[in-house]
Design a protein around this ligand. Structure first.
Ligand code: GDP
Ligand code: MG
Length: 446
């Protein structure tokens, strides 16, 4: 897991203000391994690492982040960009700018999900774009394939143009086109045969269909589970056909989806949709940022980093660190400030929610709900004190304790316990030498 790996390295990078060749080398090595583990092809990994390096070097590290976190930020940003984040919502749009019908040609190996995706697309285009859709199968090798397309087409309420396994794929496509024109269909989706491996005859056949009907969209369908093999099929189809987009299927599986990066690297065309179930509603517009996080295996850790940047009162935290460094004492005013800081970030359990699963498991034993309740009671007690008492807790003797307890609505014993706990914390803070809760949170985030 990349998060765990990086956590190690992040620790060694604390306190550096800039990303440099040396302090990023080890991190980048880990990122490289993580990508290879996610089944991204080596040339794609190499190109990506080189790009990250170029972007990262010399970048200033925002004061609320460690250099490690800053680099993770660059990695995520670049990966999302490579996945097509910069293309924006337009990336998942299909092109209809043509004399109807707009023809969509499906390409890809057998079993990747072409026929299923035709059904999903037909449903999507009918419901979201109010298009009149016709489908046709040019898969003449398996009679069951034609019946399968008919079944999914009827399921989503689109029109189906019957074909026969004795017909030629090009003739089938032309006949369907003719029919679509006559019946004013907005869209014609052509399903094709896929072999188990790439073979020249298959490529020639689909290229011939392409030449005959000149589709406005040629979508390469690829299975997210296949990993490294995606590279070879992507290259073969990219060489044979002018692809316009990719559908990445079976993302509901447990693959990290490294194929997405490889396929983008080779074809350069946008990933338009993801398939997320066998059902007809299992089609989503492709989300580049989410995919980047999935490939990196980072949970929502980046959301946490982003939130920390947004919410942390950086200067207050720095003031405290400065105070501690110059021998100042951590007092109850500081504690109060840190509690409110933590609340801004959604409290202890809010923090926990954003950690990747493995780290959540590790933290589960800590009984966050209990800890949170305690923190709230402590806060109530601190609020009942005067600023002077917070600055000099030694002043708090019997009569002051009674007043505070009444103010906070607790027993005197609880005030005593709170003060004892605070003393403990104070000595722990001294050991940490500054940072305090900030530091604790940083080590969680790494
Ligand atoms: P084709 O040979 O490329 O036409 O592939 P099919 O459309 O026949 O799909 C092959 C298998 O993959 C079928 O069992 C589909 O139900 C399944 N499938 C297709 N897309 C998805 C998907 O996004 N998620 C899951 N879980 N299964 C899918
Ligand atoms: Mg099929």
């Amino acid at each position: 897991n990349l998060t765990q790996r990086l956590a190690k390295v992040v620790k060694t990078m604390r306190g550096e203000a800039r990303l440099t060749e040396t302090n990023t080398a080890e991190m980048l090595r880990e990122v490289r391994l993580a990508l290879l583990e996610a089944d991204v092809a080596l040339p794609a990994v190499r190109e990506f690492i080189a790009k990250v390096k170029e972007k990262a070097l010399g970048e200033d590290v925002i004061s609320s982040l460690t250099p490690g976190q800053a680099l993770v930020g660059v990695v995520q940003r670049e990966l999302a960009a490579l996945m097509g984040a910069d293309l924006g919502a337009a990336a998942s749009q299909l092109n209809f700018a043509t004399q109807p019908p707009a023809i969509i040609l499906m390409a890809g190996l057998q079993g990747v999900g072409k026929t299923t995706s035709v059904g999903k697309l037909a449903k999507f285009l009918r419901e979201n774009h109010k298009k009149k859709v016709l489908t046709v199968s040019a898969d003449v090798y398996r009679p069951a394939a034609i019946a399968q397309l008919q079944s999914v087409t009827e399921q989503v309420g689109a029109d189906f143009f019957p074909s026969h396994s004795t017909d030629k794929p090009v003739d089938i496509a032309l006949a369907a086109l003719d029919f679509a024109k006559k019946h004013h269909h907005d869209v014609l989706i052509i399903d094709t045969a896929g072999r188990l491996g790439i073979d020249a005859a298959m490529m020639e056949e689909i290229a011939a269909v392409h030449t005959a009907v000149k589709p406005i969209e040629t979508l390469f369908v690829v299975d997210a589970m296949v990993g490294q093999d995606a590279v070879n099929s992507a290259r073969a189809f990219h060489d044979a056909l002018p692809l316009t987009g990719i559908i990445l299927t079976k993302l509901d599986g447990d693959s990290r989806g490294g194929a997405a990066l490889s396929v983008r690297h080779i074809t350069g065309v946008p990933i338009k949709f993801s398939g997320v179930s066998e059902k007809m509603d299992g089609l989503e517009a492709f989300d580049a940022s989410r995919m980047a996080n999935r490939i990196l295996g980072m949970g929502d850790i980046l959301a946490l980093v982003a939130e920390a940047q947004k919410n942390m009162d950086v200067s207050a935290a720095q003031d405290l660190a400065q105070k501690m460094k110059s021998g100042g004492k951590f007092d109850l005013n500081d504690f109060k400030a840190q509690i409110s800081q933590m609340k801004k970030m959604g409290g202890l359990s809010g923090l926990l929610d954003k950690l990747p699963a493995q780290m959540q498991q590790a933290a589960a034993g800590a009984n966050m709900g209990m800890a949170e309740k305690q923190v709230r009671r402590m806060e109530g007690i601190i609020n009942a004190m005067t600023p002077l008492e917070r600055a000099k807790p030694d002043l708090i003797k019997a009569s002051r304790k009674r007043r505070i307890a009444t103010g906070a609505g607790v027993q005197i014993q609880e005030v005593n316990r709170m003060l004892a706990q605070f003393e403990q914390m104070q000595s722990m803070m001294k050991k940490l030498k500054g940072g305090g809760m900030m530091k604790m949170m940083r080590s969680m985030k790494g």
